[in-house]
Ligand binder design. Structure first.
Ligand code: KIV
Ligand code: NA
Length: 279
């Protein structure tokens, strides 16, 4: 497969072919996403929960993001790779954001960064894109701001709210974003915003009128124990947790019953050599 570049993504957008994007948080999760043919692999700060067991994304720090970006980058041969700027690494000033973005690209070895926020982040997005680092915007529901939003709520459900989503989308486009993630906005709003923009929209909980889709890998592959809450927009395509569980339980049973290891799993020794050893 040919390396996906910013030009490849632009070409898909021009052809109206949906852009596929999936998160990865380490070497194996990136390896499988790349082999499956994802156009973009995102090292989302959702790794705080899915890889580090944290409560929410506000806990993960830049160094941890960089470490995970590097492991993802090592496994990714074709997909375009993006790393999230975590909370606290970019809000203070455009210079701080640029410094963090440079670290994610230089040390994390990914090709672009994503940051949350609309109109108010325009100067920051401009600063980073002027340095030659592709920026993916992220508007609508921005999880790093959950406390200010009053939780994980759909955005743009009212006329005013929808206008705000459109204003943010146009602002991040004007600031230089190559694409923008629309999270948890009504499908009609996301479709209209997509039509009005000249850059691709990547939807998550935003209907099928977007230019592409993104999901968190552990959610869509079912790599979590039964009973965990999943947002309404997630479609679960697999049962990776169940498969791992079955394999590990079978291993346990085999070890307890001495069915494993079988003769084919052991190293042979010439009988004569062993006889001498035994005496
Ligand atoms: O952190 C993440 O996984 C994300 C995607 C859900 C867009 O930001
Ligand atoms: Na994120």
């Amino acid at each position: 497969r040919k390396k996906v570049t910013i030009n490849t993504l632009q070409a898909l957008y021009k052809k109206d072919e949906p852009i596929t994007m999936l998160t990865a948080h380490d070497f194996p999760s990136a390896h499988v996403a790349d082999h499956a043919g994802m156009d973009i692999i995102l090292v989302g700060d959702s790794l705080a929960m899915v890889a580090l067991g944290m409560e929410d994304t506000s806990e993960v720090v830049l160094e941890e993001m960089i470490l995970h970006c590097r492991s993802v980058a090592r496994a990714t041969k074709a997909a375009f790779t993006i790393g999230d700027l975590p909370m606290g690494s970019y809000e203070i000033a455009p210079e701080q954001a640029l410094e963090s973005a440079i670290r994610v690209v230089k040390e994390g070895r990914v090709q672009g960064i994503k940051l949350e926020g609309g109109l108010e982040m325009a100067p920051t997005i401009e600063r980073i894109t002027r340095a030659g680092i592709p920026v993916l915007g992220h508007i609508g529901l921005t999880p790093q701001r959950q406390n200010a939003l009053g939780g994980f709520r759909v955005q743009g459900k009212t006329t005013l709210g929808a206008l705000k989503v459109l204003e943010d989308a146009e602002a991040v486009q004007a600031a230089g974003c190559f694409a923008v993630v629309l999270e948890a906005v009504p499908a009609e709003v996301a479709s209209l915003v997509t039509k009005k923009l000249k850059i691709p929209t990547i939807g998550i909980g935003a209907g099928n009128g977007c230019s592409g889709q993104v999901l968190v890998q552990v959610d869509m592959s079912g790599n979590f124990p039964p009973g965990r809450f999943l947002p309404k927009f997630v479609k679960q395509y697999g049962d990776v947790w169940g498969e791992s569980m079955k394999a590990i339980q079978a291993y346990k049973t085999d070890v307890k019953s001495r069915a494993y290891p079988a003769p084919e799993h052991t190293y042979p020794m010439p009988a004569k050599e062993f006889a001498e050893f035994e005496n």
